[in-house]
Design a protein around this ligand. Structure first.
Ligand code: CU
Length: 169
């Protein structure tokens, strides 16, 4: 589910939900280990590739499915169907915490000291320079039962709503 996204009235560029998706140019290996959580990253009101920085209030989304899965080996497949560069960072959520409540610094990013891993490479596994528009990144983690927050932490993306809670049971 889209986590928020107050902001400008970005133009509706086609598609039933206002999102015009870029075409994916790669896909992950077919034999990914464990259960798979698919994450779609997208930008509203755009049809042209740009870099990763976003203004406050830009409409963007991070949508993960399923929202709950079993503990153990989990592979996240993050598809950037948007137009900006995005990424996927997996962080734990403490009992009291809720997704979307982290406070961004002056650089428009939240602290990721407690990151458990990330998919931020284009058409490759693990961390890198970001997932370009039209690319897919993936990462395999071992997760214990609990709640987690999936985050895109490029400039202003989190405050623009790019977060979602994941439950591991
Ligand atoms: Cu993003």
């Amino acid at each position: 589910m889209l986590g928020g996204g107050a902001g400008s009235s970005g133009g509706m560029m086609g598609g039933t939900d206002g999102y015009h998706y870029s075409r994916l140019r790669c896909s992950p290996p077919v034999d990914l280990p464990g259960v798979t959580v698919r994450v779609v990253l997208a930008d509203m009101g755009m049809t042209r590739m740009v870099g990763g920085d976003a203004p406050m209030g830009a409409r963007m989304m991070l949508d993960a499915a399923p929202a709950s899965t079993s503990a153990g080996t989990v592979t996240f497949v993050a598809s950037n169907m948007g137009w900006r560069t995005h990424e996927l960072v997996v962080m734990p959520l403490s009992d009291q915490a809720a997704a979307g409540r982290r406070v961004a610094g002056a650089d428009g990013r939240v602290a990721e000291d407690d990151s458990l891993g990330e998919a931020s490479s284009s058409c490759a596994a693990g961390s890198g320079e970001g997932i370009d528009a039209g690319a897919v990144g993936w990462v395999t983690l071992r997760l214990a039962p609990g709640r987690y927050e999936l985050v895109c932490n490029l400039k202003n993306h989190y405050v623009n709503g790019m977060y979602e809670e994941l439950t591991i049971r």
